[in-house]
Design a protein around this ligand. Structure first.
Ligand code: 26Q
Length: 811
């Protein structure tokens, strides 16, 4: 948009006055932030209304991305950037004595996600709007996002994330668009006009109220919508005419039970037993979302029979997969279509992305629970399954075992992945290796039956947030060097390739990294009182804490370096700063113990004068989107060290390379594609391959005891976990010790230890060759463009949704 500084300044002063009846000199930082946010929203609204109208009037095909999680982070600066007014606002505010960077820090992260899957959804929203694709998000407006993490005495403590406390400038409550969602009750059927009709009795109705957030495209007038649903009682919850103390108490209980539906995001749980409330959440937003889509589709005057030609429904993992049955219900019971018609529309609308191969992560619901909560939906799933099994039995004659293993309902459980596959026209994995494993291992029966459904869509990240916004200095240098086209066409970052040996350019990239490290160290100093050395290698592992991600391998290596330095204080290593950030699921005890271990190692190492500044270890509290934006631009080394085959894709890996970090990696997930993009000379690979891991799983043959007995380094390290070296209590790290020995090291940490140490020695040697290192770093940045989610979204759009890119909306 066009905006000059003077106009902005007067707009801003007026907004502050109108919102808070205050002049700048009297306003708090919070009010200054809210006034700016409100003004930005005002700037966006006419394009927002126009976009919605344009899509509707033209009947453009729209995609709805259904996701339990949207890990958005902050919106202020990213909206300013996408509107093209960051600089003018920065300067205007400066004239008014206000620092935009300070206001940015006032905004609470919208942390409505656990990790990769939720952040991917947020990157996709940014890319859809920036490409002009009519694509919207549909999810839950959790009152509390992922817990806030505090570290107390080295332990993780979880605090509720009350992100809405001060209000949310970006959302608009749409009371008039509320819909009803029905739970429980019972179903009867009658014949009406020659048609079997189902009636739902004694159900509990919940009001679903949408809150809409505008999603602004970069340098486009497209503004899409993220619609998040909030659960409320249908009326105030009690009837004043029969008011009594008992009713009052009942009414309050009813209100609380309804509101609990959108109260809190479930932390990615290690014990993922089917929780009724989570199933309620899933049906709640799916039903509300589909009802509102159909309502507005019909209002625009189109035939329900063409629904799939104008709408694509994407389900982000199995979490929203009840959408398959809910769309069938609406088409059958409300639109009165035949089963065949409804099934045709449903399967042609739905597409499903799988994000994990870990068997324990696949969602299954006990039949009894499912049927009681969603009686009509259960009936429909039974019928879908009956027809599916019939189809299977025509192809697989006398193969009852196979049919049983593919059934949607099996052993008293409803298998949501099976429902998703059967009910969708597309099933995709999120990186090449992951998709191959789905096709040939995890879902091979389904791949044999429906080969045409399976496809790969390698994940991506929005380069606008993860480079342009997070690393403004590097972004400016890139602009000066190759111009600004890369912002719209990120592949053009490859023009930096020709500067990789340019000494002047190398120095500038080095200098920017150093400045970022200094800036970050200042923050660390004031928050933790710890001094970091910006000349040391910043070696960073930030991601959720999971055994398969192998933070343990990283810790064992640090302990090993420490042991070596204790034996030989003159050991010549490049000073290193190891930085961690990770939340553990509250019930995941092993993961929490690993956090404590990192902190124990940190205090041991950091307080040892003999180490003489060669090692520093820091666990950063409360890893989140906004913290990621600060830490990633400082990283020299990116730790992507999952057990091969276990990380579906990873997206942090892409963010780091885009900011010039060198990746130390196993051949897992998208690390493989990063290797293909930068070449083997520009990434440090180590460890077991996926095929080796899978073969150990299948045939056995690995004994962690052998390594413990034969490698004196490993022997010493494991003993140190339980001999009081790191904690006064010898049982503090007992579970870790047991997982590595008694339980035979499920994730091959010890098996890969030697290779990892050697890979780290390689990093040390390379970092000493400054020019070589800079060349590698620039090569990584230059080849990061293909990992822009713009590319990923184009592939989804062409290959799955059939949506088009609209150049500019003109009304
Ligand atoms: C399930 C049941 C009960 C409670 C929580 C859950 C749950 C919640 C979140 C299960 C899974 C998740 C999230 C999974 C996830 O983030 N997967 C990651 O997806 C990324 C995007 O595709 C990939 O890059 C990562 O490799 C993958 O781990």
């Amino acid at each position: 948009m066009k905006l000059n500084k003077e106009k902005f300044k007067s707009d801003y002063k007026r907004k502050l006055l109108n919102t808070f009846a205050e002049e700048i000199k009297d306003a708090s930082k919070l009010h200054k932030y809210f006034a700016l946010g409100g003004l930005v929203r005002d700037y966006v609204t006419s394009n927002w209304v126009n976009t919605t109208k344009y899509y509707k009037e033209r009947g453009e095909k729209q995609v709805y991305y259904f996701s339990m999680e949207f890990l958005i982070g902050r919106l202020l600066v990213s909206n300013l950037l996408n509107l093209g007014i960051r600089d003018v606002c920065f300067e205007g505010l400066k004239d008014l004595g206000i620092d935009l960077n300070e206001l940015e820090e006032v905004e609470n992260d919208a942390g409505l996600g656990n990790g990769g899957l939720g952040r991917l959804a947020a990157c996709f929203l940014d890319s859809m709007a920036s490409l002009g694709i009519p694509g919207h998000g549909c999810g839950i407006r959790y009152k509390y996002g992922l817990f806030e993490q505090k570290i107390v005495d080295g332990y993780q403590v979880e605090i509720p994330d009350n992100w809405l406390r001060e209000g949310n400038v970006w959302e608009i409550r749409k009371e008039n668009k509320a819909v009803e969602v029905k739970f429980g009750g019972r179903i009867t059927s009658t014949y009406e006009n020659g048609r079997l009709t189902f009636i739902h009795h004694d159900y509990e109705a919940v009001k679903a109220v949408p809150y809409d957030t505008p999603i602004v495209g970069y340098d486009k007038n497209t503004v899409n919508t993220l619609r998040l649903w909030s659960a409320e009682p249908i009326d105030e919850g009690f009837d004043f005419s029969t008011f009594s103390r008992g009713d009052y108490v009942k009414a309050q209980a009813y209100r609380a039970s309804v509101e609990s539906i959108s109260q809190v995001l479930y932390p990615d749980d290690s014990n993922r037993e089917g929780k009724l409330l989570r199933l309620k959440q899933q049906y709640f937003f799916v039903s509300a979302g589909l009802q509102s889509i159909i309502r507005s589709y019909k209002k625009a005057g189109f035939s329900i029979k063409d629904f799939h030609k104008h709408n694509a429904i994407h389900i982000n993992d199995t979490h929203p997969s009840v959408a398959v049955a809910e769309l069938m219900r609406i088409l059958l019971d409300e639109e009165l279509l035949s089963w065949e018609e409804a099934w045709h529309i449903t399967t042609n609308s739905m597409a499903y992305t799988n994000h994990t191969i870990l068997a324990e992560a696949l969602e299954k619901w006990p039949v009894d629970m499912f049927r009681e909560l969603l009686p009509r939906i259960y009936m429909i799933i039974e019928e879908i399954n009956r027809r599916f099994c019939e189809e299977l039995s025509r192809k697989y004659v006398n193969q009852g075992g196979k049919i049983n293993s593919m059934s949607i309902i099996q052993d008293g459980l409803v298998k949501m992945a099976h429902l998703s596959i059967v009910g969708s026209h597309s099933v995709n994995g999120v990186a090449k290796l992951h998709t191959e494993i789905l096709k040939h291992q995890e879902l091979s029966n389904f791949y044999d039956f429906y080969p045409e459904k399976f496809n790969n869509k390698t994940n991506g990240i929005t380069h606008r947030r993860w480079l342009l916004k997070a690393n403004p200095k590097l972004a400016s240098l890139i602009n000066e060097t190759i111009g600004i086209n890369w912002i719209k066409a990120p592949i053009e970052l490859n023009r930096l390739e020709s500067y990789k040996n340019n000494k002047g350019f190398q120095d500038k990239v080095y200098d920017i990294k150093r400045q970022n490290k200094i800036q970050f160290s200042n923050m660390v100093k004031s928050k933790y009182g710890i001094s970091l050395d910006p000349n040391s290698i910043f070696d960073v592992q930030v991601k959720r804490l999971h055994a398969y991600k192998r933070q343990m391998l990283n810790v064992l290596h640090i302990m090993h370096l420490y042991n070596q330095l204790k034996e030989n204080p003159n050991l010549d290593i490049v000073p290193r700063t190891f930085l961690f950030g990770a939340k553990a699921s509250p019930s995941y005890h092993l993961a929490k113990q690993i956090i404590k271990l990192i902190n124990s190692v940190a205090s041991k190492v950091n307080s040892d004068p003999q180490i003489n500044g060669k090692l520093k270890v820091l666990f950063l509290e409360n890893y989140s989107v906004s913290l990621a934006e600060k830490i990633i631009p400082c990283a020299d080394v990116s730790e992507q060290i999952s057990t091969a085959s276990k990380e579906a894709s990873g997206t942090g890996n892409m963010k780091f390379m885009m900011n010039g970090a060198i990746t130390i990696a196993t051949l897992d997930g998208a690390n493989i594609e990063i290797k293909d993009a930068v070449g083997e000379d520009n990434i440090i690979l180590f460890g077991l391959k996926a095929s080796e891991v899978l073969s150990y799983h299948k045939y056995g043959g690995y004994s962690s005891w052998d390594i413990y007995n034969n490698d004196i380094r490993v022997n010493k390290l494991l003993n140190q976990l339980v001999d009081g070296s790191l904690a006064p209590s010898h049982s503090e790290f007992k579970n870790i010790h047991e997982s590595l020995l008694m339980f035979n090291d499920e994730y091959f940490v010890l098996k890969d230890f030697d290779a990892y140490v050697k890979a780290q020695e390689k990093i040390d040697a390379l970092y000493r060759q400054k020019s070589k290192w800079q060349e590698m770093s620039i090569t990584n940045i230059a080849h990061s463009g293909i990992f822009s989610s713009d590319n990923t979204i184009r592939e989804y759009s062409k290959g799955i949704w059939g949506t088009k890119e609209i150049d500019n909306i003109s009304i």
